[in-house]
Design a protein around this ligand. Structure first.
Ligand code: A3P
Length: 291
C-alpha cells in the first residue's frame, strides 16, 4: 500500500488535511434537503455504528442494497475528497434513496448552512476523550490517508493540543453541545450510553426520528449493529476500503469502553485528568470514562 500520508494545516482555526478541505467550496454550497439526516461526530466516536443503525432503521427491509454497498457509500462522508474516491458531495447528490443519511466530522461552525436552513435532523455522537484518543491512534496507524501518528506518547500530546484532523476534541464536543441547547433538531448521543444499553438508545433515536419499529424490525436492527456482526460484515467493517491496512489494526478494533486503561500510563492519566478538568470547567457536558 502506498504511503500518501498528508500533513496537518490550519483551516479556519481547525487542524485539517487537504482531503477534507480540497472540495470545501462545494461543501459550503451543499444544498441539503429537509429530510436529510446528518450524523456528526468527532472521528472515532462511533460514527459507523450509528450510521449502520440508521441505515438499518430506514432501509433494513431492503437488505439487497445493504448487502452490496459499503457503509461509506450508503452514508457518504460530506467533506471527503480523497484520491480515487468520488467526493462526498457528489456521492450524496447522486443518491436516490430518501432520507439521505450523511456523515460529517465537521465542527459545528463549519457545517454548511443549508442543513440549518432546512431544519435537518442531526445526530451527534460523542465518546469519552481517553477512549476516543486510543481509537484514533490505532486508526491513524492503519489508515494511510491520515497523518503519521508517531508513537502513543506523542500522539496523546497532540490529541490534547488539538493537533488532530478535525481539530480539538474539546472544541468539537463542546461546540456541538452548546448548539444542541438551542436546537431541538440535534440529538446528542454518547458512545458509553450506547454500550450500556443499546435497546434504550435505539428507542431514543427512533423517538427523535419519529419512527416506530415493530418488535421484529427492532430485533433485526439490534442484531445487525452488534459489534461482532458488524465486524464480520464486509459492508460495515471497511475491509473493502483501499487506504486501510487491517493487518496493522482492524477498523472494528475492540468496541469497548475503558480500553484506555490498557494504553495510558499512570502519569499520562493524571496529567490528562488535570488538563480535562481545566478545559471542561466552562461546560455542563460530562463524560463517563468507564461504565
Ligand atoms: P475502537 O477503536 O475503540 O474499537 P468511527 O466509526 O467513528 O470511526 O468509530 C470507530 C470506533 O467505534 C471503533 O472503536 C469501533 O470498534 C467502534 N465501533 C464500531 N461499531 C461498533 C459497534 N457495533 N459496537 C461497539 N463499538 C463499535
Amino acid at each position: 500500500m502506498e504511503a500518501i500520508r498528508p500533513k496537518l494545516f490550519d483551516f479556519r482555526g481547525v487542524a485539517m488535511t487537504n482531503y477534507f478541505t480540497d472540495n470545501f467550496d462545494n461543501v459550503e454550497k451543499f444544498s441539503a434537503k429537509p429530510d436529510d439526516i446528518l450524523i456528526a461526530t468527532y472521528p472515532k466516536a462511533g460514527t459507523t455504528w450509528v450510521s449502520h443503525m440508521l441505515d438499518q432503521i430506514y432501509f433494513g427491509e431492503n437488505s439487497e442494497t445493504l448487502k452490496s454497498l459499503p457503509v461509506y457509500e450508503r452514508v457518504p462522508f460530506l467533506e471527503m475528497c480523497a484520491p480515487k474516491h468520488m467526493p462526498g458531495v457528489e456521492l450524496i447528490e447522486n443518491m436516490t434513496s430518501s432520507p439521505r443519511l450523511i456523515k460529517t466530522h465537521l465542527p459545528v461552525q463549519l457545517v454548511p448552512k443549508s442543513f440549518w436552513e432546512q431544519n435537518c435532523r442531526v445526530i451527534y455522537v460523542a465518546r469519552n476523550p481517553k477512549d476516543n484518543a486510543v481509537s484514533y491512534y490505532h486508526f491513524d496507524r492503519m489508515n494511510y490517508v491520515e497523518p503519521e501518528p508517531g508513537n502513543w506518547e506523542s500522539f496523546l500530546e497532540r490529541f490534547k493540543q488539538g493537533q488532530m484532523v478535525f481539530g480539538s476534541w474539546y472544541s468539537h464536543v463542546k461546540g456541538w453541545w452548546e448548539r444542541k441547547q438551542t436546537n431541538p433538531r440535534i440529538l446528542y448521543l454518547f458512545y458509553e450510553d450506547l454500550k450500556e444499553d443499546v435497546v434504550r438508545e435505539l428507542g431514543r433515536l427512533c423517538d427523535f426520528l419519529g419512527v416506530s419499529l415493530s418488535e421484529e424490525a427492532r430485533d433485526r436492527v439490534l442484531r445487525a449493529v452488534g459489534f461482532q456482526n458488524m465486524k464480520d460484515n464486509s459492508m460495515a467493517n471497511y475491509s473493502t476500503c483501499a487506504v486501510m491496512d487491517h493487518s496493522i489494526s482492524p477498523f472494528m478494533r475492540k468496541g469497548m469502553v475503558a480500553d484506555w486503561k490498557n494504553h495510558f500510563t499512570v502519569s499520562q492519566n493524571e496529567e490528562f485528568d488535570e488538563d480535562y478538568q481545566r478545559r471542561m470547567k466552562d461546560t455542563t457536558l460530562t463524560f463517563r470514562m468507564e461504565i
